[in-house]
Design a protein around this ligand. Sequence first.
Ligand SMILES: [Zn+2]
Length: 72
Amino acid sequence: MILPKEVCKILDIRQGDYLTVKLKGTAILLEKEETRCVFCGNEKDLQKKYGEIICSSCLEKLIKAGFESDKK
Ligand SMILES: [Zn+2]
């Protein structure tokens, strides 16, 4: 299956990304799966931080390294 380039660009879908397929009546819905840590690819203990999906261990490392920007 090939997705139009424009669609991939808008959703930031790259080759190898996982897409969730859902059925809605007779229509097929494709949803981009955001289930991996952007740093290590971990699929567990994920949370959204700084607009990215980050696992708790990477988040801890970031905070320890002084990247915590929530407290200003
Ligand atoms: Zn991680």
